[in-house]
Structures are given as C-alpha cells and as structure tokens.
Ligand binder design. Structure first.
Ligand code: BG6
Length: 465
C-alpha cells in the first residue's frame, strides 16, 4: 500500500524577513542587528555609514516582489508559508510606545496576498534579528527591560493580525544564542556564559509572556517555539561517550524543556551551580515560564557526533557548530552532514519527550546551483535530499508522531544566514542575483519546483523509497 501524508498536513516553505525582504530602511524601518552584521549571523558588527552596502539591504527584494513570489508558491500547491516580521519595521528603535503604521500596513498586504491564494501564514516574531536601538541603548536581552518591549511588540502584532494569522512562533532557533550571542540575544560574541544565560532567561520569560498574550488575544490561534534540532550521536558505544551525548543533547533540549514543561530542569540547576552561574530569577519570571507552547517547531539540517575525549574533539571537529563528524555520512558542499534517518529519530525523540504536536519549519539543501547548457537548473541533488528526508518524515508519522506540517527552508533562493552568501541556494525557484548585488532578480523554476509540486499534489505518494 502506498503511504501518504494526512489530508490536513500543511505543506510549504519558510522564509525570514532579513534574508528576503531587503528594503532595509524603507517605510520607516529602523536598523536591526541583522543590518549591522553584513557578514552573517556570527558577525562581526559593523557600523553602517551612508552609501555603504550589504547584500541583505536588497536581498531578493521580496518587499516589492512578494505578489509574484506568492503566486509561484501557490503554483507549487503551498498551503502554508512561514515568514517572520522584522521587529524593527514595527518598532524602529524598539522602545517606542506607538508602532510604525507603514510597517504594519506592509504585513497586512503580505497576509492578504497569502489569503488570496489560500496559503496560511505561520509567523515568527523574531527570526535572528531585533531592533539595533535595543542593543545600543539597553544592552540587548541582557537587560530585563527588553522583555516588556518585546511583549508590547508581540501584543501589537497579535492584535493587528488576529484575523489573519493563526499560527505563530516566538524566537527562531532559540538555542542558537549559545553559538551566536549577538544574533540571538544582542550580546557581544565574547560575553561570559553567565551573561548569555541571563539574557536567554529573559528571552524565555518573554516567550512565555508572548504565549500568554497570544492565547488571550487570539483564542483560536496556536503558538509554538522554534528549536535548532541539533541531534547528536555518540561517536562510540563507550559509556562515557553515551553520557557525554546525553549532556550534549540536553544543551539544546533544555530550551524545549523550559518552553514545553514550564520550568528549569534539574540538570540545568546542577550545570549553573557547577559553573558558578547564578541567574536573577523573580517569582513573576517563574509564573511567565509556566505559559507553555501549543506545539514544537524545529529546523533540521544535519546531525553530529560526540566523544568524551577532548583530544579527539580537537582533532575531528568541523562545521559551524563544531560538531565531530560522523564517519558514516556524506556531507553537503558546506560540510553539513546529510542524515535523513536522523530526522525520523529526532521526530520520535521530541514526540516521546513532550507529547506535543510537532512542525518541521526548516529543512533543505544549500547548494551552489549552476545553470546547465539549456539555461535551466537541474537540481537532482536537492530533489534526492528532500525526497529522502520526506520519506523518513512519513515513517515517523507512521511511528505515531503527531506532525502538523513541513515547510522547507528557502523555497526561493535567499541570502544564507551563516555567512550572508548568495551562492548557498536552497530554492525551488532560482533568483538571478550575485554577491556584489548585480543581477536582474528575475525568478525562474528549477527542476525541484515541479518535483515539490507533485509531492504536494499526491500527498507524498510520489516520493521514492
Ligand atoms: C537556520 C536559520 O539556522 O538555518 C535560517 O533559521 C538559515 O535563518 C538556515 O538560513 C540555513 O543556514 P544557512 O547559513 O545555510 O543560511
């Protein structure tokens, strides 16, 4: 019997404002942390001067071209599009009382266009950016006052879009702050662990308050968290490696534990004690944390390995998160190890741990696509990556995992996050753009466009394997 996905399964793609919109100062928008990090999410921060250039300033010009792009998504059969709101379009400095009407109006147009095509928006409140003013004037999430600014922003957009948006996410890859503190919590890269965890604490409190506000203001909406699904395996079956892996996985599952269970887990209390970290936590904070998310969303690109032997770590480590590579897996051009079965393991792990519905909100292959002699992009490598992952997703559903949907990362080429590269492309739709900003910005369909269209149309029956 051919296995298919449920009829109400949401299919689509995922974008982030700072990687697609461009128009970085248009209609009253303020500078964001992303705008002052032209080399990507790991920095450095650069002061902006009049006339200087960052590829993200224009990006793929989604701000002006969204109707054309949404029509292409609709042609593929999307029922869901994940986007983010640029906080600095709504509150340019971050601490204003009154929102910027022009920023609000633009997202109204975006959501209306989606509705015209029967595509449901899923909106991330903060995807790797915050108003730069909150970093310069307040010290980012290190300052408790930012919680109230965020809550005000969240309440503003919930009230405004209450009839248009029923799926919300709080902070993108909230665990990334441990690796990229400026992008995650607006703190300098060399901040102490104690400072980063205090800022993370403020963000977790803000996340709880956003969940509460969403439930109050839009009772029929659902709001989730968003984790970087950083699953790791033991490099060997030595008990020491197995335990080190458990601890490694807890370093990111901790965020899910707080957001799904409403309190700090015991193993983190021990970690803080041993690291001499004492967080400032008020009784009001603890009450805010008890507002747990309705569902769990996550990104999945790769897995890594863990060994308890520091010499081996030093010798073997690679990729952006410094994970030890798995000798049994192949890698992408960017060294990200390809592991479709790992996605089934991760889905089962999260389901077993939390028993809350899951949503895969990012997955995909970044590749340096080159047009063939016929001028087209024949991205069979992307098709095979996505096919193999989706086969495992279908298996996980069969395992009993409750999964709401799948939005592949970057359904249209965009600016990659790690290093702000144009050449690392994820799309089903090609964008004619070069790193120096040249190019027509014309959109064209890759082979994967037709492949994904077929997968959606057949509810996954067309998948191979
Ligand atoms: C996730 C982010 O980390 O991975 C996205 O949420 C990002 O913003 C994606 O683009 C892929 O990473 P990269 O560096 O290849 O763009």
């Amino acid at each position: 019997m051919t296995k298919t996905f449920p009829d109400d399964f949401l299919w689509g793609g995922a974008l982030a404002a700072n990687q697609v919109e461009g128009a970085y100062l248009t209609d009253g928008k303020g500078l964001s942390t992303s705008d002052v990090m032209p080399n990507g999410v790991f920095g450095p921060v650069r002061e902006r001067t009049p006339g200087d250039f960052s590829i993200k300033d224009v990006a793929i010009d989604f701000y002006h071209r969204y109707p054309e792009d949404i029509a292409l998504f609709a042609e593929m059969g999307f029922s869901c599009l994940r986007v983010s709101i640029a906080w600095s379009r709504i509150f340019p400095q971050g601490d204003e009382q009154e929102p910027n009407e022009a920023g609000l109006a633009w997202y109204d147009k975006l959501f209306d266009e989606l509705a015209r095509h029967n595509i449901q928006p899923m909106v991330t409140l903060s995807h790797y950016e915050m108003p730069w003013g909150l970093v310069e004037n307040y010290g980012g999430w290190g300052n408790r006052k930012v919680i109230a600014f965020f809550e005000h922003y969240a309440r503003t957009v919930f009230s405004r879009y209450r009839d248009k948006v029923k799926l919300w996410l709080t902070f993108n890859e909230i665990n990334m702050s441990l690796h990229a503190p400026m992008t995650g919590v607006g703190l300098p890269e060399d901040s102490s662990r104690a400072a980063v965890y205090q800022a993370i604490h403020h963000q977790l409190v803000a996340s709880g308050l956003a969940v509460k506000a969403c439930h109050e203001l839009i009772p029929d909406a659902r709001i989730g968290n968003m984790l970087l699904g950083g699953l790791t395996y033991p490099l060997s079956c030595k008990p020491e490696d197995v335990f080190a892996t458990l601890q490694d996985n807890r370093s990111w599952l901790f965020f899910g534990d707080v957001q799904c269970r409403g309190a700090y887990p015991g193993y983190m209390q021990r970690y803080f004690r041993e690291q001499d970290i004492s967080l400032q936590i008020t009784p009001e904070d603890l009450a805010a944390l008890r507002h747990t998310v309705d569902f769990i969303s996550f990104s999945y690109y790769m897995t890594g390995c863990v060994t308890a032997d520091p010499a081996l770590v030093e010798k073997l480590r690679g990729n952006i998160l410094d994970m030890v590579p798995n000798p049994h897996l192949a890698s992408s051009e960017w060294g990200w190890q390809i592991d479709p079965l790992g996605l089934r393991t991760l889905l089962n792990t999260l389901w077993d741990r939390y028993q809350k519905p899951l949503f895969i909100v990012e997955n995909g292959l970044g590749a340096n696509d080159q047009p063939a002699a016929d001028g087209q992009i024949h991205d069979d490598y992307r098709i095979s990556y996505l096919n193999d992952h989706l086969v495992q997703v279908r298996e996980a559903i069969d395992d009993g995992v409750e999964l709401m949907g799948y939005t592949s990362w970057g359904p249209i080429d965009l600016i990659s996050a790690s290093k702000a590269e144009v050449g690392k492309r994820y799309g089903f739709i090609h964008v004619d753009l070069n790193q120096d900003g040249s190019g027509t910005l014309n959109r064209s369909r890759k082979d994967s466009f037709w492949w994904y269209q077929q997968v959606i149309k057949t509810h996954g029956a067309s998948l191979k394997g």
